[in-house]
Design a binder for this molecule. Structure first.
Ligand SMILES: [Zn+2]
Length: 311
């Protein structure tokens, strides 16, 4: 967070207003996570911390940090939907997209973006929220939480094979939510061209068809070429280009765009990529130097059953 803070400060916060994040209210959190899960995290922090799994540790300060990370995402959504802002970025750790309703995992305690999306549906009365997850890992928690929910269209681009091993293209949701989960695994070595292709040829057409009233980005930056936890090759410019595509698509349908930080473990690359994404979301123009390789064919073929006329 210090690296991001330093980068943004050097750029005068790119014209964004800085807002401190309140802790999430229990009732808002518990629209996604059962009380027992929230209590468990609180209790583990209170006794000084404990290890939940190989990657996920609760320390004494974790509960408070997680409550504010979640509160940041929720307050971003509130601001976007009551018209105080047209875009914003909630920058906190711990991340959230691996957290399932009843299980913390993969560094994630509460699913910040899922709680924020649920807030948009419940408190603001939205009917359609789109979540685009470009973190290099599959957002299994978000995938699960909205699996049967057509009010949330969840689209994830992630490296496969890679932790947590979920998110095959064949997982398209369940029940009323069939077709509203769109998983786009990419092989190790994928970079700007592949990620952009899936954004431009699959995600943007889906947005134009679904017409979400709010577009949220699970913005992890660990598909970056410099990141030590994965093997993808996205660049700073690639993130900016993806952000531009989503920004323009959202503008075309009148939806505000909010980004919520997920992973990203190469600190310089993370800080630069966050700044590049924010600049674009804030309206900066970029040149179109990043190429697109069309890798969207199979994804579009699979979606034809649920989204006729998309291709
Ligand atoms: Zn990740």
């Amino acid at each position: 967070m210090v690296a991001i803070e330093r980068e943004l400060m050097a750029r005068d916060y790119l014209g964004f207003e800085r807002v401190s994040s309140p802790a999430a209210e229990r009732s808002v959190l518990e629209a996604v996570h059962p009380e027992s899960h929230v209590d468990q995290i609180e209790r583990l922090a209170a006794i000084g911390g404990a290890r939940i799994d190989a990657d996920t540790v609760v320390s004494a300060g974790s509960f408070k940090a997680a409550m504010h990370a979640c509160g940041g995402a929720v307050s971003l959504v509130d601001r976007l939907l009551d018209g105080r802002a047209s875009t914003g970025f909630s920058i906190h750790r711990p991340p959230g997209h691996h957290a399932e309703a009843e299980r913390a995992m993969g560094f994630c305690l509460f699913n910040n973006i899922a709680v924020a999306a649920r807030r948009a549906l419940d408190a603001h009365g939205l009917e359609r929220v789109m979540i685009v997850d470009w973190d290099v890992h599959h957002g299994n928690g978000t995938n699960d939480i909205f699996h049967a929910e057509p009010g949330v269209l969840f689209c994830s681009i992630h490296q496969s094979p890679l932790y947590p091993g979920t998110g095959p293209a064949s997982d398209v949701g369940s029940g009323d939510g069939r077709g509203f989960t769109v998983n786009m695994p990419v092989p190790p070595g994928s970079g700007d061209r592949e990620f952009r292709s899936l954004i431009d040829h699959v995600v943007v057409p889906l947005a134009r068809t679904y017409r979400p009233q709010l577009l949220l980005i699970s913005a992890g930056f660990d598909a970056h070429a410099d990141d030590p936890l994965a093997d993808c090759r996205v660049t700073d410019d690639g993130y900016a280009a993806m952000a531009r595509s989503l920004r323009d698509a959202a503008a075309g349908i009148g939806a505000p765009v909010g980004a919520v930080l997920e992973g990203g473990y190469a600190l310089d690359a993370l800080a630069r990529s966050v700044a590049a994404t924010m600049a674009v979301l804030g309206g900066a123009s970029i040149d179109g130097a990043v190429g697109v390789a069309d890798v969207s064919g199979r994804a579009l073929e699979r979606l034809a059953e649920y989204w006729p006329g998309l291709a």
